[in-house]
Design a protein around this ligand. Structure first.
Ligand SMILES: Nc1ncnc2c1ncn2[C@@H]1O[C@H](COP(=O)(O)OP(=O)(O)OP(=O)(O)O)[C@@H](O)[C@H]1O
Length: 638
């Protein structure tokens, strides 16, 4: 929320500006003082020149020369100085942008949980903070500079005006007061509108992206949805425009009234001075300086008020930046203990969880154990809570009630980064990065991301090495439909893998971490054909032997190899045991298993063309049936 105090916001902006470029800040400050004084200097030099020439007294030529040089110098400072300061400000703005961006993204990357990233409000706040972060500190620095420059100018000219005519000076000052109040109000309205429009703009962005993203292009064309989303995008944009137009109209109305009042005050002031000079209460130089000073004073006053308004708008926006920087992960105990090597077991002890206070319970007291060096498979129907269990174990959410224990220490007390270094994981909704094939696997372990030999080993185990080798640039091929073009001319379509091949890339990414304490595989083979799926599980089984594993799969033929099977129903554990135990005792698992097995049997009850797969000793990556000798079905898990 934007409830940070103005001094705090100002201190933040000034601190950022100073850290971005201290020398530039000092130079700009000095130049600002000179620029603020130069118009007053040139006006005074002009008045003195005119008075000197019109007095008829022939003074020494040195006075005239000095006045002319002074006038020229003041003009030079204001012209050249403005260009130089504007150059320095642009440099300053870039450094400021870099610092603010570093801090904002540093903050976002330091948030360990997923909760915040799934909230629309948080996304709106990020957008506002990014916008504020990019523009507001610089806006504030510029307006502070302009304010200083304008104030010096104003003080100088008001001094001149006071010397020439007090009434004229007071008149102009009076005209500036309502402008000040109105601009402050409008600044608040502008920032308020920005925040109010954020959700609308988010939706508009979402609908617009759908119309050009390659991932959505298929369905949009097949279902003929282009016009539908275009219309929705249009409606959101129209709503944005209506609100903006309302504010623009209000600003226009206020400004027309204020400008008219200023012009009237100026006309009155000129009339007063002209009357004074006609009555021999002034000199021709007074008229010259008043004619220069009046418009400059009026525009300096307007500029000062405007800069106050721009500055306060920037200060309000900085509230959004501070808001994100102050965001916490609601993890009061996290980070106290570095995750130790797993020596005994992981225990889910009466774990309850729901995704929000107003949402239903997803886990209702889940308890089970994952003993060291053993494999546990989670089984259950869609929505039973399996992926939620997995995400809780990885520390991406915290249990609402109950405990998850890593060798007796609550996972919520462990430093999340150290915990994740001990885990290798494949997600059900794995990522497909717009990076090279090498990096797509290499990001699984950043420390060895350029170690081609290790990456190839992982790819071979996952059965995708051959497919990658056949790509136009092998492991250096960019895997992206919208690949990062190498130049203007390079507009060839990017390379994409099939759904199954992508899944194997995700598996290879995890296999780079197969030396970790715990491997978590959430539906690692859903996009693979049955034989490939069996082989993937075989690899995980053989390669992961001796590693503690948690596996989620709907294919019960794949989980039967697990040491323990945990059946999850409606957020509860309904059965545990080995495959044989569970078949013997009957119940939900036996029911599901028989149902799936029946699908693979012919009418006489014999195994059909796709048998329930028993573990074999076949090695992945070699032989005619190796994964990579066959192309995977194009059926991504998402
Ligand atoms: N981020 C989320 N926010 C709110 N609800 C969620 C979220 N993720 C999952 N859920 C809900 O939690 C319940 C359990 O989901 P979960 O993904 O854990 O089930 P699952 O057993 O893995 O299902 P599947 O077999 O379909 O993958 C579902 O009702 C789902 O709607």
């Amino acid at each position: 929320m934007i409830d940070e105090g103005v001094p705090r916001r100002f201190a933040t902006a000034a601190g950022l500006a100073w850290r971005a470029a201290p020398v530039t800040t000092i130079v700009v400050l000095g130049a600002t003082l000179a620029l603020g004084a130069s118009p007053v200097g040139s006006a005074l030099a002009g008045k003195l020149l005119i008075d000197q020439l019109s007095s008829g007294v022939t003074g020494p030529p040195t006075t005239l020369i000095l006045l002319a040089v002074g006038l020229g110098g003041a003009l030079l400072v204001s012209y050249v100085g403005n260009a130089a300061v504007s150059y320095l400000e642009d440099q300053h703005a870039r450094r400021l942008e870099m610092i603010v961006q570093d801090r904002l993204f540093g903050k976002l990357n330091s948030l360990h949980g997923l909760e915040l990233f799934e909230r629309p409000h948080f996304h709106d706040r990020i957008q506002l903070a990014l916008r504020a972060g990019q523009g507001a500190p610089h806006q504030l620095v510029c307006s502070a500079r302009s304010l200083l420059q304008g104030t010096i100018q104003l003080i100088g000219f008001v001094g001149v005006l006071l010397a020439v005519s007090k009434t004229a000076a007071l008149l102009l000052a009076a005209a500036a007061i309502p402008r000040l109040a109105a601009e402050r109000r409008l600044a608040k309205d502008r920032v308020g509108l920005l925040a109010a429009l954020s959700p609308v703009q988010r939706r508009q962005y979402f609908y617009s992206r759908l119309q050009y993203e390659p991932r959505a292009a298929k369905e949009l064309r097949v279902f003929g949805l282009g016009g539908f989303f275009q219309e929705r995008m249009r409606a959101e944009l129209a709503a944005v425009h209506v609100s903006q137009r309302k504010l623009d109209l209000r600003i226009l109305r206020v400004q027309v009234i204020l400008d008219a009042a200023t012009v009237a005050a100026m006309a009155l002031a000129v009339w007063i001075v002209v009357a004074d000079v006609s009555a021999a209460r002034g000199t021709p130089g007074d008229i010259a300086i008043i004619l220069t000073a009046l418009p400059v004073t009026a525009s300096a006053a307007t500029a000062v008020v405007r800069q106050l308004s721009v500055g306060s708008e920037a200060l309000l926006s900085i509230g959004h930046y501070l808001d994100i920087m102050a965001t916490d992960d609601h993890r009061p105990t996290a980070g106290e203990v570095a995750a130790p090597e797993l020596r005994k077991e992981i225990v889910f002890d009466d774990v309850w969880f729901r995704y929000g206070d107003d949402l239903p319970w997803v886990l209702n007291g889940v308890s089970f154990r994952i003993p060291l060096h053993q494999s546990v498979a989670l089984v259950g129907v869609n929505g039973a809570g399996k992926s939620t269990i997995v995400k809780l174990l990885a520390g991406l959410y915290q249990p609402t009630k109950g405990r998850i224990l890593w060798d007796g220490v609550e996972v919520s007390r462990l430093d999340p980064a150290s915990l994740r270094r001990r885990i290798g994981m494949v997600f059900q909704d794995y990522m497909t990065y717009d990076l090279s094939a090498l990096e797509n696997i290499g990001v699984g372990d950043l420390e060895t991301r350029f170690d081609l030999a290790r990456i190839r080993d992982a790819a071979r185990l996952a059965g995708v090495d051959g497919a990658v080798e056949r790509l136009p640039r092998g492991y250096d091929t960019m895997l992206s439909l919208l690949h990062f073009s190498m130049g203007e001319e390079d507009d060839s379509p990017g390379v994409q893998l099939s759904g199954g091949q992508w899944q194997r890339m995700a598996l290879a990414r995890m296999l780079l971490r197969s030396d970790r304490d715990l491997l978590i595989l959430d539906e690692p083979s859903s996009g693979l054909d049955p034989e490939a799926e069996h082989q993937v599980h075989q690899v995980v089984h053989e390669h992961g032997a001796g590693v503690t594993r948690l596996l989620v799969s709907h294919r019960l033929s794949a989980v039967r190899m697990a040491d323990h099977i945990v059946v999850v129903e409606d957020g509860r554990v309904s059965q545990t045991g080995s495959h044989a135990d569970l078949l013997r005792t009957g119940g939900r698992y036996a029911e599901l298993f028989r149902m799936q097995a029946a699908g693979y049997q012919d009418e006489e009850g014999r195994p059909g063309a796709l048998p329930i797969i028993e573990p074999t000793t076949e090695t992945i990556g070699t032989g005619p049936n190796s994964l990579e000798s066959r192309s995977a079905p194009a059926s991504p898990s998402r």
